[in-house]
Design a protein around this ligand. Sequence first.
Ligand code: MN
Length: 492
Amino acid sequence: MKDLKQQTFWFITGSQFLYGEETLRQVAADSQAMVDGLNDDPALPCPLLMKGVVKTNAEFTELAKAANADDRCAGIVVWCHTFSPSKMWINGFSILQKPYCHLHTQFNRNIPNEGIDMDFMNLNQSAHADREHGFIAARMRLARKIIVGYWEDPKVRHKLGDWMRTAYGAAVSRSLKIMRFGDNMREVAVTEGDKVGVQIQLGWQVNTTPVGELAEEIAKVTEADIDAQMAVYRQAYDLATDNLESIRYQAREEIAMRRLFERDDIDAYSNTFQDLYGIRQLPGLASQHLMAEGYGFGAEGDWKTSGMVAIVKAMGQGKPGGTIFMEDYTYDLTPGAELELGSHMLEVCPTIAAERPRIEVHPLGIGDREDPARLVFEGRQGPAVLCTVIDMGGRLRMILHDIQVVKPTLTMPNLPVARVMWRPEPDLYTGCECWILAGGAHHSVLTQQVSAEQLSDWANIMGIECVHITQDTSAEAFKKELFWNDLAYRLS
Ligand code: MN
């Protein structure tokens, strides 16, 4: 996977020759000062590189070509200091393949009462120029992020930093490799999808690896390898079982999977309890620890959610909170205090754990294998977003749902898996009605690191539909939005 810290963003200032050389020198100096100021802010995860003041069609076209060709360029940020006629941007935008952010700001914060004259107006006319610039992007139907505000304000810098992470998520997507162990769970519909269509749209390479090959790799792991992995587990988790053999087998599986992932440069994987030929346990602890390291995972052959887990984890790296693979399970329908309980049969990523996870060993009712070791814990409280991607036939739809993760209201001492409890927005009934109306899966990415705005912007960059259930959502309006979107995608 690409490293966020190795990515750069290109800052390009729009202008023209009309105002003379002195003005252009000032535009360049002000732009450099703005870029330097932004680069000093830790809210930006990647450096901005000043790529010049664009005055002609040829200049921007050359920059667009160079941006496309540079693997470390994750996107461009454009701002117009002076007026910059937009026909000169058309040819470059026609070929630009990198995410694009229009930063609508201006160099000065205030209007100087004595200092303002026509020279000042000619130099500082972003309000004017950025409208011309915005028109051509609208006319060309470009996917873009518009950030409005003063460039020294923390809010603007955080938006820009978040967008950089979003654009990085697009780069991760376009080189994502997913390893499938086994097929989709028999008869399940929502986890299916058009792998060719997804590779065309999102760039994901989704390919199978025989489960027997994993079994062979598992057999090659030595006791010394397992001892080292056990030390890692002991450092991170409490061992709440005497069945060390089960934990050691999970260590063996984790080592074997990581070797296959490193061999094939894999970012995410799926497996299924229905295809464990030659394997003694469904990976539980093994998958949980691999997810904690940043690998995407989807159970029951769910490669779509697996890919999204990897991408959202990449976008959120270094941010507080967790990003996990999640499944809807059961409700508490106490009137006025309705909650949902999510979990999985084993594979809940511990980056969301509120406390130090415990390794426990329990029987698994399905899959007909040995009792697998797994991490058990409660999810951390706070706002979060659920994200799922479904295949509507010929196109993808992302569904986002704002939720509030709460401390579980029950201790559930006999529940042998990690658990997360939440209150869906705007309320459980409306939220679930809308999710089901949209066709949302029972699998999702639950993230406390990446915002719904970032995920929606990511969907926009990738050219897929996105609907978002918020505290303001009504089922009536949501139903119409789905209907209109269906029409729009049929026409496009
Ligand atoms: Mn599942």
